[in-house]
Design a protein around this ligand. Structure first.
Ligand code: IMP
Ligand code: MG
Length: 190
């Protein structure tokens, strides 16, 4: 993992870069290889949790080899700033029938585990044949619900991060790398 601590003066909320764009590119390619091997010859349905997962999903999917299907669910647990508000709100607006299907659930980050465990349960209740989870980032120290992902891009420390789909007050999702928010913006919330 690249941990170059470059100052980002033009981006006032950010302290340093935690994962560079190049490191993300390399890791996404390696994850795609692993997923391609696991699902070779199988019919795959990818479910992305929006908005956070859209950039990761877009990059990952273009490297997957199966003629997969894609759908999204919306989940929100951070209403403003960086403080989690307990149980996530899952908007079940899936268009695809996933009964009997192999599902790959994709999200930007596994944090407390509340969101992914709730969506995982929802997909099993809809009778998916199997559900595996792929996240770009894993903040293990923050887990509240016991949940692990089968495919993890990077394990990261307990800091609030933005970029590559992750936001702070809906900003910075477009940053091509992962940056760490200055501590004063999330002090007391993590
Ligand atoms: P959970 O706590 O595992 O349920 O994660 C819920 C959601 O919180 C994730 O899907 C992210 O959208 C968001 N989240 C968690 N940690 C961070 C972070 O460090 N930066 C930005 N968003 C985060
Ligand atoms: Mg999210």
């Amino acid at each position: 993992m690249a941990t170059a601590r470059k100052p980002l003066r033009e981006l006032k909320h950010l302290d340093h870069i935690l994962v560079s764009e190049a490191a993300i590119r390399r890791r996404v390619a390696a994850l795609a290889d692993e997923i391609n091997r696991a699902y070779r010859g199988k019919d795959l349905t990818v479910i992305a949790i929006v908005n956070g997962a859209i950039i990761f999903t877009a990059d990952l999917l273009r490297q997957l080899r199966s003629p997969l299907r894609l759908d999204c669910v919306r989940a929100s647990s951070y209403h403003a700033g960086t403080a989690a508000t307990g149980k996530p709100v899952i908007v079940d607006n899936l268009k695809l029938d996933i009964a009997g299907q192999h599902v790959l659930l994709v999200d930007d980050i596994l944090d407390t585990g509340n969101t992914l465990s709730a969506v995982h349960e929802l997909l099993l209740a809809k009778k998916a044949a199997s559900v595996r989870t792929c996240v770009l980032l894993d903040k293990k120290a923050r887990r509240v619900v016991p949940f692990e992902a089968e495919y993890v891009g990077f394990e990261i420390p307990n800091e609030f991060v933005v970029g590559y789909g992750l936001d702070f007050n809906e900003r910075y999702r477009n940053l091509p790398c992962i940056g760490v928010l200055k501590r004063r913006y999330y002090a007391g919330n993590l």
